[in-house]
Design a protein around this ligand. Sequence first.
Ligand SMILES: [Cu+2]
Length: 341
Amino acid sequence: MRSLTSLLVSALLFASAVTPTPACKDPIVRKEWRTLSFGQKQSYIAAVKCLQRRPSIATATIPNAINRFDDFQGVHIQRTFQIHFVGHFLAWHRYYVAVYEQALRNECGYNGAQPYWDWTLDSSNLLASPLWDPISGFGGNGATIPPDTSPFAVPGATGGGCICDGPFKDFRLHLGPGASLNATDRCLRRGFSPVIARNFSSAARVGVAMAQADFGYFNKAVEGETNFVNVGIHGGGHYSIGGEAGDLYASPGEPIFFLHHANLDRVYWQWQSKNLPARLHDVSGSVELMGPITGPNVTLAFPIELGPLAPQVTIRDLMDIKGLRSRTGVLCYDYAKSVGE
Ligand SMILES: [Cu+2]
């Protein structure tokens, strides 16, 4: 009689024979925005505009979503309190950006990867960033409106009104601002803050995050706090653009959101890559928004949900951007070096 061990071995061999492990052989490569050719920049922007024309598939849960771009913004608005200041903040946004990238590719014929915005290159001179070019980029600052005098005003903010030029000048948002999912028809606002960029988007700030010894501290260095004393490198990207990008709920209404979050994801991957054997498995942090440190923590088995955008996965599936190396994972992309790296 065959031993139990040999039965198990043959069962496992059989299982792997009938369910071949999908491999990530040819990851798409995400590049820094300014390293793209003019044509590559144009095709990325054209694909985003295509997503903004394609009909929503999420109206069952987001009734006022009109197009596919709205679907992404709506899901972020709905889940804001479940996906920020939690242990799965980076995993959730990693998946979210990857699903957006796939939508651009699968639904809009885009054949590149999601570009990233290395804001350290613009930290000391935000206004000179090539991202704001009206022809080859995303257009510039919002029109100047009376400054926000509330205690929640972004330090050093300028502009604040509708953007005045570039490919998204006439673009309309249909959800937000804030937590609202009511039907609306809004322009894209920006309020550049060079002060925020200088303070929070610097290479030194990235260095602080990179130096953290475990995921919990790394995540804290990235997300910072809910004040302007320390917005973290996450808040740095958001509040230096301001306007829609500075809206905790509705920020994916700013197309640059996805370049900013791709860069955060790149920093996360660089941090993981310093010690992959440990950091492909290291996750911690609260399940609930700013939950008590004694409360439940996320684990690799924690579910990551994007509602109507994509199937539910777990944090484990998202730990490796070149997925499936560890026979689990849903991702298959890589990062090209930034300028001067
Ligand atoms: Cu977010």
